[in-house]
Design a protein around this ligand. Structure first.
Ligand code: MN
Length: 263
């Protein structure tokens, strides 16, 4: 599929009616649902496929690389991981080989990048063991956990939820999903981020405190996981700010680069 065709598909998919979604995505429920208005669903592109991945929930793990935990002022010992969620419509699909416009959000004066490996699930359940966890992973992608750092910190200082710092519109740029059946599972490999051609983050996936398998296992003790869930697996150290005009390139070995320009 050409980039233009794919964009058209993503847009028409977003405009799909609730009735159509209910008919094709909610087996076991009545297909003739009447609603007073239409709400778009969220999808992520699947590399080499005309199918789109339907997003159910977006989980993000916090402080999953030791050096990043230290820079955020916490102790990187292996205490249980913590998670937060972004709304599904925070997804911004980015086509490889293009530079997507990413609007600088409202309210912040300290807007940060966080490059992350994203795992997308085709199955789930409760109390999944680490040994069985990867059987639920459908695909992987490069993602950005964009963060209004000043608002996140201010809310943390007040012991209030991070929502306004993490869970805003378009805070989750992501590249197309690549099937685990072709790429294998990502347990090591370079992960880096450049701003205007200059390296800002540079680490290895094997430096994660909790592996993707362990994240799934831990998450499944708190939530029932399901197909359509995606997990942002944390960012390495050297997060930092961007301003309008900056161009971010994200890289993970084995996946196409993800590029956005702050507008
Ligand atoms: Mn993050």
């Amino acid at each position: 599929m050409t980039p233009n065709k794919r964009r058209a598909v993503m847009q028409s998919a977003a405009a799909m009616t609730v009735g159509a979604v209910a008919a094709c995505a909610a087996p076991g429920r009545a297909s003739a649902v009447k609603t007073p208005f239409t709400v778009g669903a969220t999808y992520i592109a699947i590399a080499g496929s005309d199918e789109l991945f339907p997003v159910r929930r977006i989980y993000c793990i916090g402080r999953n690389y030791a050096a990043h935990a230290r820079e955020m002022g916490s102790d990187p010992t292996r205490e249980p991981p913590f998670f937060f969620q972004k709304p599904t419509d925070a997804i911004q699909n980015v086509t490889p080989g293009t530079v997507a416009d990413h609007p600088y959000p409202t309210l912040t004066k300290n807007y940060h990048y966080e490059v992350e490996l994203v795992a997308a699930l085709k199955g789930g359940g409760r109390n999944i063991t680490p040994e069985k966890a990867l059987e639920n992973v459908y695909a992987y992608a490069v993602g950005l956990d964009m963060t209004r750092r000043d608002l996140q910190r201010a809310m943390g200082d007040q012991k209030k939820p991070w929502e306004i710092g993490k869970s805003f519109d378009r805070s989750a740029p992501i590249g197309p999903l690549h099937l685990a059946s072709s790429t294998g599972h990502f347990t090591q490999g370079s992960i880096w981020l450049k701003v205007n051609g200059e390296t800002r983050q540079n680490a290895n996936l094997n430096q994660m405190i909790w592996s993707v398998a362990e994240q799934i296992s831990q998450l499944s003790q708190a939530f029932e996981l399901a197909a359509g869930d995606i997990i942002y697996s944390g960012t390495p150290e050297n997060v930092g700010p961007v301003v309008k005009g900056d161009e971010i390139v994200c890289h993970i070995d084995g996946l196409p680069d993800l590029s956005v320009k702050i507008t």
